[in-house]
Ligand binder design. Structure first.
Ligand code: CU
Length: 153
């Protein structure tokens, strides 16, 4: 019984309250630390031409405001797999022995992909030039473990 922990003064009122149906549980709980929301950058709405590039073939698939593309080793998906960042942003992409990473050249993707080939450690890649850069897991790319970074001006 939690009453044990209450002071004697409170005990009386607590006992009084105890008579009533104990439906009033203190709601709320942890005041969820508002998740950072829109961390600046990106915005600018500049004319950053979108191209349909697999697997991120719709503009709405891209997530902005984040700088990491990761996947736990137990997964075969990059989360997020479609990332939109401003030029100059560095993005860390998961890679491991289980998920070797390679920059790829999907149809429509930009040339000069700065993402390494056959990397087995997480890659932090700077994107100095606007464009859409694609990548895939060497092992699971055929199963859809692919992604793209859309770098805007
Ligand atoms: Cu993989």
């Amino acid at each position: 019984m939690r009453l044990i922990f209450l002071g004697t003064g409170l005990l009386i009122s607590a006992l009084a309250a105890f008579g009533c149906s104990d439906s009033t549980s203190p709601g709320g709980g942890t005041a969820g630390a508002g998740g950072g929301g829109s961390n600046g950058g990106a915005g600018a709405g500049a004319a950053s031409t979108f191209k349909s590039v697999k697997p991120c073939d719709m503009e709405s698939l891209y997530v902005t405001g984040k700088t990491m593309v990761t996947a736990p080793d137990t997964d075969i998906v990059y989360t997020p797999s479609c990332l939109k960042v401003a030029k100059g942003t560095s993005v860390t992409i998961q890679a491991s022995a289980a998920h070797p990473l390679s920059g790829t050249m999907e149809s429509g993707a930009s040339a000069s992909n700065p993402i390494a080939k056959n990397a087995t450690t997480p890659q932090t890649v700077a994107f100095p030039t606007a464009g859409i850069y694609t990548f895939a897991c060497d092992v699971h790319g055929g199963l859809g473990m692919k992604g793209a970074v859309w770098v805007t001006e």
